[in-house]
Design a protein. Structure first.
Length: 541
């Protein structure tokens, strides 16, 4: 997707406006309500998990307005087995990453796991095309604009409750750090009570976009969206925007406790770093509930969160109380973060584990946060980490579609740093020109060929991108020194991402399988590639 964001230097100058000085944006959402209305027209037997068909004037009005479209593909395909397995929360996560209908084009990256849950990338595209066509044919935006007025009183009541507590200001004060991004709450009567579709994503400029979908509480007096769960949701999701960057800044330290992940199991997300981030975010949310509402509210929320899934939660809560008492010494959670990580003990005698590489947007977000830390923190370790992230590497690695950065495995010139910076800044045409010039001087440079493919893919010039990836794979195969290292698996993984975009699942599956057979044990993309391959294998007829 072509970037329209400002470059990293411009974004650093815009930190005050990127912060959460405003309130949470609360609204109903055209994309979500289009999906809900289409599902409402489908047979009751086709309703997915997390979807509610409320008997309220708003829903009845949408159903009546769209009644002549009951045989539309966007409605019919909900009866297909693949779509029945695609729950309503996951649909929300996809839609919130897209532009408004009828285009519904990718605005933020839609992870392959979400596409898998929709029955594969092609099935997801088919559903989105059908939804877009339904929106256009029914003139749904106009219908939505009129009928959503029926939800205005409930939306106003929710907003009034939210305004009683400065949720974003409270968490920023607690952490001593800003939310570098935006937070939106979308209210939908089609979402199940207590079931939310939360989106936490770094934009290409490194700022965060956070969104939550909140369904209604059952009531005798009409639709009500506020419930006792809402404060926890708001603080939890906002905490991701404030604190996840610290997990990236301290990633190497976090990885010292990697052996603990296997003991916790499935309930703590896909990577150890993310597991730690979730522990910390939930712990901060619980402490805010205790401080701003009551200890009883914190304990009740902890039971709801299923404490057994987060075995280090009690220790984190105890540690955060130390932080709260010593704010003169620890003005920010960045100062205290190393002590917080002591809760996750590194296993004695365990081999060091390399931290996963950050994506370009994660690194930019960490750079933005590092500036805030350098201005506010006091502890030497926090200031040292901030200084390291504030300055870009002398020779940044080439970006890859999988979100990790391939290491330089062969002694070649490598892609020009100014080309990498142009790519990161969204100046894709300039980056392509620089990579083309570099390849004229060093036509067998594998990493530059891969980087050229990434830019072409971002420009939606997929045929040319595939040619560039094919060349990178061919060059890597012709150099025996690369086979046991990272460059060939990286090239295969990059090509597989594009093949999936093109709907060539068998080719992608073959590339991913080969990448796994060639990669080193510590290849940063190993776990993600295995998970992707398992997902593709599971959906193979």
């Amino acid at each position: 997707m072509r970037s329209t964001s400002a470059g990293p230097l411009a974004a650093l100058l815009l930190l005050p406006s990127a912060s959460s000085a405003g309130r949470i944006n609360i609204s109903t959402d055209l994309r979500l309500e289009l999906a809900g209305a289409a599902q409402l027209l489908a047979p009751e037997s086709a309703r997915p998990e997390g979807f509610v068909a409320p008997d309220i004037p708003y829903a009845r009005a949408l159903e009546a307005a769209l009644s002549r479209f009951k045989d539309h593909p966007a409605v019919r395909m909900h009866s297909e087995p693949k779509m029945r397995a695609f729950n309503f929360s996951d649909r929300g996560q996809v839609l919130l990453r897209l532009s408004p209908p009828p285009e519904l084009s990718e605005r933020l990256t839609v992870q392959y796991a979400l596409a898998d849950r929709a029955g594969g990338a092609e099935n997801l595209r088919r559903w989105l095309r059908a939804l877009g066509d339904l929106s256009k044919a029914s003139r749904f935006p106009a219908i939505f604009a009129e009928e959503t007025k029926k939800l205005a009183p409930a939306t106003a009541r929710f907003r009034a409750e939210e305004e009683k507590q400065d949720y974003l200001g409270t968490i920023e004060a607690y952490a001593g750090l800003p939310l570098l991004g935006t937070y939106a709450v979308h209210l939908s009567p089609f979402a199940a009570t207590g079931g939310v579709a939360n989106v936490v994503a770094e934009r290409e400029d490194g700022t965060m976009e956070i969104a939550s979908v909140i369904g209604p509480e059952p009531t005798e007096h009409g639709v009500e969206f506020w419930s006792r769960r809402v404060p926890g949701t708001l603080w939890h999701e906002a905490a991701h925007g404030v604190l996840d960057g610290l997990g990236d800044m301290y990633a190497e330290r976090i990885e010292r406790g990697n052996a603990l992940h296997a003991r916790i199991g499935w309930s703590c997300y896909g990577t150890w770093n993310q597991c730690v981030k979730e522990h910390v975010v939930r712990a901060v949310m619980l402490r805010l509930l205790a401080r701003e509402i009551s200890e009883e509210a914190m304990e009740e929320q902890l039971r709801f969160e299923k404490e057994e899934h987060y075995p280090y939660m009690r220790a984190l809560l105890k540690s955060l109380q130390v932080y709260e008492k010593e704010r003169a010494r620890y003005p920010t959670l960045a100062d205290y973060y190393p002590r917080l990580l002591e809760v996750f003990p590194a296993e004695a005698g365990s081999a060091p584990v390399r931290a996963p590489a950050l994506s370009a947007s994660q690194r930019r977000h960490a750079q933005h946060l590092a500036q805030a830390v350098s201005e506010r923190a006091r502890e030497p370790e926090a200031l040292s980490v901030a200084a390291r992230f504030s300055r870009p590497a002398a020779l940044p690695p080439a970006p890859s579609p999988s979100g990790t950065a391939p290491a330089a495995a062969v002694a070649r010139a490598g892609p020009p740093p100014e080309g990498i910076e142009a790519f990161r800044a969204g100046r894709l045409d300039e980056a392509l020109r620089l990579f083309d010039e570099a390849l004229k001087a060093a036509p067998r440079d594998i990493e530059t060929s891969m980087s050229r493919g990434v830019v072409l893919q971002a420009l939606a010039r997929r045929t040319e991108a595939l040619t560039a990836y094919d060349r990178a794979v061919s060059l890597a195969e012709s150099d025996p020194g690369t086979l046991s290292r990272e460059i060939l698996p990286d090239a295969l993984s990059s090509r597989a991402s594009l093949l999936l975009e093109l709907g060539r699942t068998d080719g992608a599956r073959a590339d991913l399988s080969r990448a796994l057979s060639l990669c080193a044990e510590d290849w940063p993309q190993r776990d993600a590639t295995r998970a992707r391959l398992e997902g593709l294998t599971a959906e193979k007829p």
